[in-house]
Design a protein around this ligand. Structure first.
Ligand SMILES: Cc1ncc(COP(=O)(O)O)c(C=O)c1O
Length: 404
């Protein structure tokens, strides 16, 4: 929909937003009317270089032509059916995902938080049914982020964050250990622990990749104790980290993995994939969803996955992520640059505020996000080139110099 068609000005649209909408977001102060590949456009045609991609979503570029065509085609054939009949995009996507990432079975959801709910539910049911009624505890990481529904919120190890404050008690059954500390994770597990759940790279926690030792150590420990390794790949999945799934960077496999964001190429979809054995915990009626596996979202996801693989987006994420990160290390006031592929975080010293960098970049027509007080995060479409990295770097450099 275009602003011109409504007869309103940008100012009038924003006024209506503040009158009628419940606002919980720190907004970019512009109207995003259209978008294509690496750019977003305002109603007056101003152009913004997109280094956040709907937060790690539009990986094959904004409004990718093949994804758009798949959506339009599917809308004309069949939109929604609930999960009673078989639908063609659902089944083809299931096969494509499972065979691509080496997992046995998939269950569709609508978002990242829902995918994590499903992952937690499946692990708990597996534990209770296999080992007994107390075996449902899950150890997760401090500073993790798993979503905003109650199970995912409770798995999130951030008691002081606005996403947990003021909502009353969390769901029982979670304990938390420091990320990348294998011994602390081992110590946090008890006889009632059924699983360990982590992000391979803590995204919202400030872009911290898991070390090889930590990831492999958790896999070995879970195998030894008959516990499950649950990986939240909502942000890291589907080529962002230089491999199709981040766990492939570590040469391990999870028992259940959650995904969302990039999978739909801009359409809302989430999913979990599990091993055959663990997937059996979900029996007839034990879990379900009205919209999960929506034919239009599955058609979009199938087109997106094919595009990601055909255009070698994982390889490009690795190459461009390394290139961009090396450049970012030369910025003034940088404490550390952390990345895995094109999930990139820059931590500044105490003289530079991340929000100021974000706003300064916005004024210079570059879209990035800030995490906490000192980290900026960049998760651009995976189709970007060195020229886009250079352009973004110059803007960030100019911004940081102006703040020094
Ligand atoms: C690692 C991780 N898990 C879960 C979520 C929640 O996903 P959604 O916003 O789709 O519910 C996010 C969102 O940022 C995430 O980064």
């Amino acid at each position: 929909m275009k602003l011109k068609e409504t007869g309103m000005t940008e100012g009038q649209l924003k006024e209506k937003a503040s009158k009628y909408m419940i606002e919980t977001y720190e907004r970019f102060d512009f109207v995003a009317e259209t978008a294509k590949d690496m750019y977003m456009y305002t109603p007056t045609g101003e152009k913004y270089l997109d280094f956040y991609a709907g937060i790690a979503v539009n990986s094959t570029g904004n409004c990718n032509e093949k994804v758009v065509a798949a959506v339009m085609d599917q809308c004309q054939d069949l939109m929604q059916t609930f999960n009673y009949p078989y639908t063609i995009p659902q089944v083809l996507l299931a096969e494509k995902i499972c065979t691509t990432i080496g997992m046995d079975k998939i269950f569709y959801q609508n978002s990242g938080t829902e995918a994590n709910e499903a992952m937690i539910k499946m692990a708990r049911k597996y534990g209770v049914e296999k080992y007994g009624s107390n075996k449902y505890n899950i150890v997760t990481a401090k500073s993790s982020f798993h979503g905003r529904t109650f199970g995912a919120m409770s798995a999130t190890g951030q008691p002081d964050n606005a996403c947990q404050i003021g909502f009353g008690g969390m769901v029982p059954g979670f304990t938390y250990a420091p990320y990348n500390d294998l011994e602390a994770f081992k110590a946090a597990c008890t006889e009632n622990t059924i699983a360990i759940m982590i992000e391979p790279v803590q995204g919202e926690g400030g872009v911290h990749p898991a070390t090889m030792e930590f990831m492999k150590g958790l896999r070995e420990f879970c195998d030894e104790k008959g516990m499950l390794l649950l990986l939240d790949e909502v942000q890291t999945g589907w080529c962002r980290t230089g491999a199709v799934m981040s766990y492939m960077n570590y040469g391990i496999k999870p028992d259940i993995v959650s995904m969302a964001k990039a999978l739909g190429g801009g359409m809302p979809i989430g999913a979990i994939c599990a091993t055959e054995e663990v997937s059996k915990a979900f029996t007839m009626g034990s879990h379900g969803t009205t919209f999960g596996g929506h034919p239009v979202c599955c058609a979009a996801a199938l087109a997106e996955v094919n595009e990601l693989l055909d255009r070698k987006c994982a390889e490009n994420a690795k190459e461009m992520g390394d290139y961009f990160s090396e450049k970012l290390k030369t910025l003034p006031h940088v404490k550390e640059v952390r990345h895995q592929g094109l999930l990139v975080g820059v931590e500044f010293d105490e003289t530079i505020k991340a929000l100021d960098v974000k706003h300064g970049c916005f004024d210079r027509k570059l879209l990035i996000t800030a995490i906490g007080s000192s980290v900026i995060r960049m998760v651009p479409p995976l189709i970007l080139t060195k020229e886009h990295c250079d352009a973004a770097f110059e803007i960030i450099l100019d911004t940081v110099k102006s703040l020094s």
